[in-house]
Every structure is written in structure tokens, then in C-alpha cells.
Design a protein around this ligand. Structure first.
Ligand code: HEM
Length: 247
């Protein structure tokens, strides 16, 4: 742990030193918070770490599960490819991303079944009443996203199936009834909701669109399906062995 800590600290410090040098030589404009001393170097390092850890594994994991599921369900892979070729053949590719409706449905369904952040935790600071529960100070709460995403009462009897069409009319219409809307929360909820959610979806869509345009893919016979919580990201324990065919 100490070695990893030192390695990350030095890597980020190196990036910051470079930026500070560029600020001094006037190549880039300085950040006001830094200039006015509202953020220390320590703060900046911690923020960088948070963005890196919160953003890197989560998004790559979403992409991996999407490829696994599109391999298992080739008809959806074909539908997604058709949409990409149809929508992204145009001049203005960045605005076209918003039109990838099938891909959005697919990614929602992937994150329902395989939420990269499978559980969130909270510590209760002071005695709190929540519905019928009284939570004493010091309680540790676990909110298992993955279990709520797989509750048949909320999603229906086909809860375990990969059916992106349940998101055809958006997230709010995907559950069985309206008052269950909050039951889909791959990016968390409330004031601490993921700050990078739009960025993550955009990044994953661009990556998947590029892959779909150039390759078809299937699961390798050596693929073993073993979703496993790797502190605290839901990852394929033995990797995702895929065979790509150039198109
Ligand atoms: C598919 C990708 C992603 C998933 C599934 C995801 C999921 C989440 C979840 C569940 C939370 C809430 C954690 C909690 O309440 O305890 C969260 C918070 C956060 N995420 Fe993401 N995230 C993703 C991508 C990103 C990216 C790309 C970034 C940054 C570039 C990012 C930055 C953050 C930050 C900074 C927070 C903390 C926000 C706060 O506490 O105010 N995330 N994310």
C-alpha cells in the first residue's frame, strides 16, 4: 500500500509540477483557487486521485461488460452497429452521439445488470429517523445497488434477462411502476451523485462506436463468466476474453 501510495503521489506531483511551470512561463492560465491559496498542493493531488479512481476503472468496466453482453446477444450487437453506421456516418459526429438511442438503452441495461459500482456505503453521523427505521449514530449503511437492480418486484419477472428494450422510453419508464423510479442508480443519487456521469457515458459511447465500426466480436471459448467485486468495482474475475473480427 505504501509503495502504491508513493507511486501515485509522485506521478500526480510530476503532472502538477509541469503545469505549474507552464503557468509561470505563461503558457497556460492559472486556476484562481490555486492562485488565491484556497487549494493546497495536497488538495489538488487528492482531487486528481479521486477523479482518476472514480473515473478510470468504472468506465472501462462498463465498456467491458457491454462487450461481453453484446457478444452473448449478437442481435443487439448488430442493432448497435447498424445504428452507429447509420448515425455516425455524418459530418458532425459529436452532436450525433446524442442520437445513439439503441446504444444508450444497451448501456443502461448493462449497468442495471452489472453496475460497475455495485454497492455504496454511508456512515450515520447522528441518530437519524428514516421511514420506519431509527439509525443510531455510528451505524454503517450499505446500499447494494446490484440487489436493487435485480429485484423482480421492481423490474418484473424478466429481471435476470438482458432486455435493453425496457429502457426504450427512458429510465423513468423502465421500472414496473412510477414510484419505483429511484430504483435505478448506477451513478448514485442525491447530492453525491456521480459528477462524471455524462462524461463517462460519452466516453464509453465513443469507444464502443469506434469498436463496432471496425470489428465484430464474440466470446472466446476460454471465457469464464465470473463477475467478482474487486474493491469495490464489479469486474470479470478472469478477464473478458473476446475474439475480434476485422470488418
Ligand atoms: C460508468 C462510469 C461511472 C460509474 C458507474 C460511476 C459511479 C459513481 C457512483 C455510484 C458515485 C457515488 C458514490 C457514492 O455516493 O458513494 C460516483 C461518484 C463520483 N464519481 Fe463517478 N462513476 C463513473 C464515472 C466517473 C467519471 C468518468 C468521473 C470523473 C471524470 C467520475 C467522478 C466521480 C466523482 C468525483 C464522484 C464523487 C462525487 C461527490 O462525492 O460529490 N465518475 N460515481
Amino acid at each position: 500500500m505504501k509503495r502504491a501510495y508513493k507511486e501515485i503521489q509522485e506521478a500526480i506531483q510530476g503532472i502538477i509540477n509541469k503545469r505549474e511551470k507552464a503557468m509561470r512561463t505563461g503558457e497556460i492560465v492559472s486556476n484562481d483557487d490555486l492562485k488565491n491559496g484556497m487549494m493546497t498542493l495536497e488538495d489538488v493531488i487528492e482531487e486528481c486521485k479521486l477523479f482518476y479512481f472514480a473515473g478510470q476503472e468504472t468506465t472501462s468496466t462498463l465498456l467491458v461488460w457491454t462487450m461481453v453482453l453484446l457478444s452473448k446477444y449478437p442481435a443487439w450487437q448488430e442493432r448497435a452497429r447498424h445504428e452507429v453506421l447509420h448515425v455516425l456516418g455524418t459530418d458532425n459526429e459529436s452532436s450525433a452521439l446524442g442520437q445513439l438511442k439503441t446504444m444508450t438503452m444497451i448501456m443502461h441495461e448493462v449497468m442495471r445488470l452489472y453496475p460497475p459500482v455495485m454497492q455504496m456505503t454511508r456512515a450515520v453521523e447522528r441518530d437519524t429517523k428514516m421511514g420506519d427505521f431509527v439509525l443510531p449514530a455510528g451505524t454503517q449503511l450499505a446500499l447494494p445497488t446490484i440487489l436493487v437492480h435485480k429485484d423482480p418486484e421492481i423490474w418484473g419477472d424478466d429481471v435476470a434477462e438482458f432486455r435493453p428494450e425496457r429502457f426504450a422510453d427512458g429510465v423513468s419508464k423502465a421500472t414496473r411502476s412510477h414510484n419505483q423510479q429511484g430504483a435505478y442508480f448506477p451513478f448514485g443519487w442525491g447530492p453525491r451523485i456521480c459528477i462524471g456521469q455524462n462524461f463517462a457515458l460519452m466516453e464509453a459511447k465513443i469507444a464502443l462506436a469506434i469498436i463496432l465500426k471496425r470489428f465484430s466480436f464474440e466470446l472466446s471459448p476460454s471465457y469464464v463468466h465470473a463477475p467478482s467485486p474487486e474493491a469495490p468495482i464489479l469486474q470479470p474475475q478472469f478477464g473478458a476474453r473476446l475474439i475480434l473480427h476485422k470488418l
